[in-house]
Design a protein around this ligand. Sequence first.
Ligand code: ATP
Length: 193
Amino acid sequence: MEFRKLRLSGFKSFVEPAELRIEPGLTGVVGPNGCGKSNLLEAIRWVMGENSPKSMRGGGMEDVIFAGTANRPPRDFAEVQLHAVDSDGEPLDVTRRIERGAGSAYRLNGDDVRAKDVSLILADAATGAHSPALVSQGKIAQVIAAKPTERRMMLEEAAGIAGLHVRRRDAESKLRSTEKNLERLEDLMAGLD
Ligand code: ATP
């Protein structure tokens, strides 16, 4: 999967609609302290489904919405769109929008989808909000200090098999409820004999 473009509106310090083209190769973002470099990386993680406000450096998820300044009123919503192409060259557009009091909504190529649909598609392509390819400040120290199980999770994300665990959990829960239904059916059939 290749990221091509990032569009932000009302997200943290990016109050006006902004577009960032991501060219092939290494992309560097430079600028003075506090100009919004980390906010860009956070926007990429957020649109891919990050759901921990703490890792967005906020107290609640609505803190990603532009909070206003001395001479600009706050915004009611934040929206981030990531335009990527998958390994077959097919376009993949993911949009996440959050409105005050209404939570987050996702779209995948224009269709309304669940957060889980977005994370599964991205996990299959070996990327996602926790992809080791997104290296934020302090991340290296975190990898060094990580427990073996946490390191295994990082390797599984990089190998593109993280989505399989989610599907296995879903399949196991379906199996359990089918087994319960079968037991009830057997009881009912025994009652009919
Ligand atoms: P450094 O080089 O110091 O790490 P940086 O370029 O990475 O800085 P960021 O941390 O991305 O900068 O941006 C911080 C700026 O974003 C601060 O000015 C902060 O006020 C602003 N900011 C963060 N959240 C919001 C918000 N919800 N509304 C408005 N501004 C915000």
